[in-house]
Design a protein around this ligand. Structure first.
Ligand code: AGP
Length: 609
């Protein structure tokens, strides 16, 4: 989702801004732009294409400067078009005084637009952002820092903004409320960006701005005030941010590469786990786990499905009641808080606006025991939670989450064992057996990846379909949900998942010979019931595509296609089964020729509501 980079320096910053945008590309965007202070004027270049094209455009016109801002936009208000791309200028492009970029959503933009229009401002875009540019211009009285502090008081909603002004050539002012923003400190130069990764290679001295902060960046100084306008001291951290995506190597897409990285990253995530120890989740974790008597999991999308899987594990092994909530719902609904709850947020990016807001909401209700399972150690989520387990999936570039999901599951299984141990429900023998199974996961996943040729053969059939059903039971129901999400996200095939027992309560009406029904069939206690559900499908002509455990005695036949999973993996079976569904989605999308790593309309990091 939208990315911001800004700089004030004594050298040409165009390459720094462009490199920063490239590092933010993984978040997803549909247009991009750069604005610079050039010979007493504001100049900009915008594109609805890739950052690489913007870079060429900038080189063609020779746009260089010492002060400027840049942006990748993921459209919310107004189509992905050049005139809606940031930076936005005010009063207008010919004699612009203010240039501004924004991430977030301004909820009172209509009201402000009417007010500014009445004052004579002419709007050139449909964005809520242009409203802020004109507001800053309208309020400007010679001091940009002062103006921005006053202007943000008029904004309702979420924002991270970076602004500069024609009349103050060595200054960039930035502010945040509800959207991420960091400051990077250099030698006689300073930067602002959506995350530390954008500045990797430029500076590793990072300040994480807090909610309501406004920062004044000049050549040799930065000055921060808090939400009340009081000077604020913020810690400077040395951050060794990932330098972005590695090379694709032999893979065609990052998603494929990331699917195949799973054995390694699960190994990395569990590295150093020599036993079940609460401290793995942070200092003081034992005391927290001892005090709580229920778990509330908050997450979105794929991360929500890992939470749903964890509910099955935690309730069955640790016997602790678990509630899993979609963050965007939880944050607004009336719920019954209990301070003896462990609030667990799950997030790949650690910047998802809904999950951060849900966490804040839970805390405001008096639930202070917070833990995050997160893939980005420097993210807002990790900073906001008391306890954390950092998954080590590495940078995930593909918008469709794969390795982040399975590493989350590995971490959540470890949490399950830890809660069980703290509650006296884990014998030494059980602990050792579970740990053995976890250590064997990388080779078990490698065996599933070897099924790729068989899955490719199925994908050719799927590529011609417009609908698919996914069935699972028990802890494999969330895996069916994740399989359906993967397929629809990247192949645009409409897919729905159901617990298999629910089929006859409605969705069976959809089943015809045209409907592929993907069935997850582990050899567990529900296998005979699942076989009956499969009969219900076959009786209506539905085509079954079954991922069956080696020992589940389901064989291929008329309308029944079976791929045998290498082994029955007991409680950890969801981690194996989801890998085969990721491959099915990937190859179906490949066969349909979609943009696998950047599916339409989606962003990697959803930093707006
Ligand atoms: C998954 O493939 C998604 N693109 C999406 O559902 C994602 O999991 C969701 O937006 C949550 O993101 P997070 O894990 O970074 O919080």
């Amino acid at each position: 989702m939208c990315g911001i980079v800004g700089a004030v320096a004594q050298r040409n910053i165009t390459p720094i801004l462009v490199e920063g945008l490239k590092r933010l590309e993984y978040r997803g965007y549909d247009s991009c732009g750069v604005a610079l202070h050039v010979n007493g004027k504001l100049e900009r270049s915008r594109s609805t294409s890739r950052v690489a094209d913007l870079e060429k455009q900038l080189a063609e016109v020779g746009l260089d400067g010492f002060t400027g801002i840049a942006h990748t936009r993921w459209a919310t208000h107004g189509a992905p078009a050049s005139h809606n791309a940031h930076p936005h200028f005010s009063p207008n492009s010919d004699n612009a005084r203010i240039a501004l970029v924004h991430n977030g959503i301004i909820e009172n933009h209509d009201e402000l637009r009417a007010e500014l229009t009445a004052l004579g401002y002419v709007f050139q875009s449909q964005t809520d952002t242009e409203v802020i540019a004109h507001l800053v211009d309208h309020m400007y009285q010679g001091d940009l820092f002062d103006t921005v502090q006053q202007a943000v008081k008029r904004l309702h909603g979420a924002y991270a903004i970076a602004v500069f002004c024609r009349e103050e050539p060595h200054r960039v002012v930035a502010a945040r409320q509800g959207s991420p923003l960091i400051v990077g400190l250099g030698q006689g130069e300073n930067f602002v960006a959506s995350d530390a990764m954008a500045l990797a290679g430029t500076t590793d001295q990072i300040i994480y701005l807090e909610e309501g902060d406004v920062v004044d960046l000049q050549l040799g100084r930065t000055w921060i005030v808090d939400v009340n306008g009081r000077p604020a001291e913020r810690a400077v951290k040395t951050v060794h941010a990932h330098t972005g995506a590695a090379e694709l190597g032999p893979y065609r897409h990052y998603m494929q590469k990331e699917i195949f990285e799973q054995p390694r990253v699960i190994g990395d995530t569990l590295e150093g786990v020599t036993g079940v120890m609460p401290e793995l989740f942070g200092d003081g974790a034992y005391q927290v786990f001892k005090q709580i008597d229920k778990v509330l999991i908050l997450a979105c999308g794929t991360s929500y499905y890992s939470g749903l899987t964890a509910k099955y594990w935690i309730e069955s092994i640790a016997k602790v009641p678990v509630n899993v909530e979609i963050a965007s719902e939880y944050r607004y609904r009336d719920s019954v808080p209990d301070p003896k709850t462990l609030v667990v947020t799950i997030s790949q990016s650690g910047e998802t606006a809904d999950t951060l807001a849900a966490l804040k909401h839970a805390r405001s209700l008096g639930m202070e025991h917070t833990l995050t399972i997160c893939n980005v150690a420097t993210s807002a989520m990790v900073r906001e939670c008391k306890l954390a387990y950092i998954t080590r999936a590495g940078v995930e570039v593909g918008v469709a989450s794969t390795k982040a999901f399975t590493t989350q599951l590995a971490a959540l299984f470890l949490l399950t064992l830890t809660l069980a141990q703290v509650n006296g429900r884990l014998t030494d023998e059980e602990e050792s057996n579970h740990l053995k199974a976890m250590r064997h996961l990388p080779s078990a996943i490698t065996a599933v990846l070897a099924l790729e040729p068989q899955i490719i053969a199925w994908a050719d059939d799927f590529a011609r379909k417009e609908n698919a059903l996914f069935l699972g039971r028990g802890m494999h129901y969330p895996i069916a949900l994740e399989g359906a999400l993967k397929l629809k996200e990247i192949s645009y095939i409409h897919a729905e998942a159901y617990p298999a027992g629910e089929l006859k309560h409605g969705p069976l009406a959809l089943v015809t010979e045209e409907m592929p029904v993907v069935t997850i069939a582990p050899n567990d206690t529900l296998i005979e019931k699942l076989k009956s559900n499969m009969q219900e499908v076959r009786a209506r002509g539905g085509q079954l595509y079954v991922f069956a455990d080696a020992d589940s005695r389901i064989t291929s036949g008329d309308g029944v296609h079976v791929i045998r999973m290498p082994e029955n993996y007991g409680q950890l079976s969801p981690i194996l089964h989801v890998v085969s569904l990721q491959l099915l989605a990937y190859h179906s999308a490949l066969a349909r020729g979609t943009d696998v790593d950047k599916p339409r309309n989606l962003a990697k990091s959803v930093t707006v509501e």
